[in-house]
Design a protein around this ligand. Sequence first.
Ligand SMILES: [Zn+2]
Length: 174
Amino acid sequence: MTVLRVTKYGESILRQKLKPVDYNQLAPRLPQLLKDMEETCLAVHGVGLAANQIGLDLRLAVILIPTSDEENAPLKRYVIINPEIVSKRGEKLEEEGCLSLPGLWADVKRATDVTLKYIDENGQEQVKRARGLLAKAFQHEVDHLDGKLFIDLIDPTLKPEIKKAIKKLRSSWN
Ligand SMILES: [Zn+2]
């Protein structure tokens, strides 16, 4: 099992707009890369992991989402390559966290219903409409690929508080 180090807030790659993936070029390394990303995501109990969170400049993310609300429900894996949100609907303020800001949780506003166009792990173009946690994960991961973090979406009046919390948490990050 491979558990890769997850990049943390403050590392410049998390602020980069990542490069589109040339699927055919990446294909030979893709199965191993996805396996490593999945194992890393599971090890740190994440819902999703973007390529820059393991130091790679690729528009690619892995999402592991429970198939039901039951505890220990099996996970479904989504591999989203060169994803693009084609439509958004609704709005909800909900708590969110990120593997690159471990220990920090804050309310952010997200669309409740999104349609995502992407290339899957087999190189097929997919269009998937999502609600609930999957919709949130799609938006969170696409943001990562654009160099954005969930804290960018926090109510500006809460930012001083968040800054303080990050300062405190940072010493415990590896
Ligand atoms: Zn994240």
